[in-house]
Design a protein around this ligand. Structure first.
Ligand code: DAH
Length: 479
């Protein structure tokens, strides 16, 4: 059988090593391996732990609202497919499992795509009723100012044990006592819109074995905890961004929206009205009981949430480009101090962009075209993930359709060639030739360094290498 060029792109490249060593652990590679050295190089950075780094300060700000929760901030990013997907109930055909979306070390090992990968193990260890996990996570994704293949998430969870109710006569009474201990902010500070019932048999069901009264109590604890956290974050963000921080502020507006995640039910997203738009801040819900029972704690029930630290740090400080978090330039790093109040980031300069298009024909045998609608906006969840059962057009190919063209392969090649010198890659045109039926795509690459002006020769050379690799790896024909 002839191997199509696009298949080869997703497989181990010729001359690729038979094993990969990551911080003293060695893994055999196979036909699933698709993690480039540039991604592996990010692993030792641990930005969420770097003193005075904005991601670390953001982490600590959130942790400060959960003083009794145990923190886990040093969990290793290489996990099994079982930890990342199976343990959380991801269906076998979920798009998140595909090679186009996830960095595989080999067929059974991935770079975690979310901090939820550690839920089952943390529930199994059972060392604390509440925990927070902060960590780097890895996803093949678009290139633009808010997406980077490595980013950071925080996971949180709180559980109660039916077999350990202390002085309370019911589980819901025990939970409500904890609810009343969480700070509740007045409507001068936060206005909460929560129009839906806590659960709905069709849209957001209660799990078998959970009573309505129990889940009302769990949901109240979840919502009050997370509302308290966003009040803290957005109050800091406002005083950093407002010209006169002491003047009387409007109350913060937030709303609870029904959501879907394979590992919670019912589930929600929390949105905050920020700079004239509703912004998704986190995903959360009542933990699927199957996760707790498989983890050896069947008498427990509780809630979990996940959020993206970059998104929060970007709005806290007004950081305009996600690549900046990786900068070692003192003009960036010197602006953050964990012992001082949060102040708005001052961009040190904006160097000129250099825009170049590449148009190509897809190989004729490519049936399924897997690209983003040029008009569509971001399609990610608040934590940066695609977890809904109805996935958008960008990711229709299932795990096994590896011969489909996938936009993320274009992104990966651009990253491999340009590193952080590319700001944005976007599909700007797409058409099918009426006679030949061949499909043409045009991508626009925006080259810009955050630290200096790129020379013409330099961008020309980057663009040539980028387009050359598109031909070599994806079998496209330049126009
Ligand atoms: N893991 C999800 C993502 O990456 C975020 C998330 C949603 C985590 C709901 C949770 C949760 O713990 O309950 O998009």
């Amino acid at each position: 059988m002839r191997i199509q060029p696009v298949v080869a792109a997703a497989c181990r490249q010729r001359g690729a090593p038979n094993e990969i060593t990551i911080e003293n652990k060695t893994y055999a590679t196979d036909s699933w391996t698709n993690t480039p050295p540039s991604i592996l190089a990010a692993i030792p950075r641990r930005l969420h732990l770097q003193p005075n780094h904005p991601l670390s300060i953001t982490r600590q700000l959130i942790e400060s609202r959960f003083p009794t929760y145990e923190t886990h901030n040093n969990l290793f990013p290489v996990v099994s497919v079982a930890q990342n997907f199976d343990s959380l109930g991801f269906p076998l055909d979920h798009v998140g499992r595909s090679k186009t979306d996830t960095y595989y070390i080999n067929s059974s090992t991935v770079l975690r795509t979310h901090t939820s990968a550690h839920q089952a193990d943390t529930f199994r260890a059972d060392t604390s009723p509440g925990y927070l996990i902060s960590a780097d996570v890895y996803r093949r994704d678009a290139i633009d100012r808010s997406h980077y293949p490595v980013f950071h998430q925080m996971e949180g969870a709180r559980t109660w044990d039916r077999n350990n109710l202390a002085q309370f006569s019911s589980l819901e009474d025990a939970i409500w006592a904890d609810v009343h201990a969480i700070p509740k902010h007045s409507t001068d500070v936060i206005q909460v819109s929560d129009p839906n019932p806590t659960y709905d048999a069709d849209r957001n069901p209660l799990q078998p074995g959970h009573s309505a009264a129990e889940i009302e109590a769990v949901a109240a604890h979840l919502k009050r905890s997370l509302e308290d956290m966003v009040v803290t974050i957005f109050t800091s963000a406002r005083s950093a961004t407002s010209a006169s921080p002491d003047q009387q502020q409007e109350p913060l507006k937030v709303r609870w929206v029904e959501a879907y995640f394979p590992f919670t039910s019912p589930s929600w997203e929390l949105e905050v009205f920020w700079q004239n738009d509703w912004l998704e801040v986190l995903g959360c819900g009542v933990v699927q009981h199957s996760i707790l029972s498989s983890a050896g704690v069947p008498s427990k029930l509780g809630w979990a949430f996940g959020l993206g630290l970059e998104r929060i740090a970007m709005l806290l400080y007004g950081i305009p480009d996600i690549r900046l978090f990786w900068s070692t330039d003192p003009r960036f790093l010197s602006q953050f101090n964990e012992n001082e109040q949060i102040r708005r980031f001052t961009p040190f300069s904006k160097y000129p962009a250099c825009i170049k298009d590449v148009s190509f024909w897809l190989p004729k045998e490519t049936k399924e075209v897997d690209v983003k609608d040029p008009r569509s906006d971001s399609d990610v969840t608040p934590a940066g993930g695609l977890t809904s059962p109805s996935t958008p057009a960008s990711s229709v190919s299932a795990t096994t359709t590896s011969n489909a063209f996938h936009e993320n392969d274009v992104m990966e090649i651009a990253r491999e060639v340009c590193g952080d010198l590319i700001e944005d890659v976007r599909l700007v045109d797409e058409f099918t030739h009426p006679k030949t039926g061949k499909r043409s795509l045009c991508y626009r690459a925006n080259y810009r360094s955050l630290e200096r002006t790129l020379t013409n020769e330099e961008t020309n050379e980057l663009h040539e290498r980028f387009t050359g690799l598109l031909v070599e790896r994806l079998g496209v024909e330049l126009r």
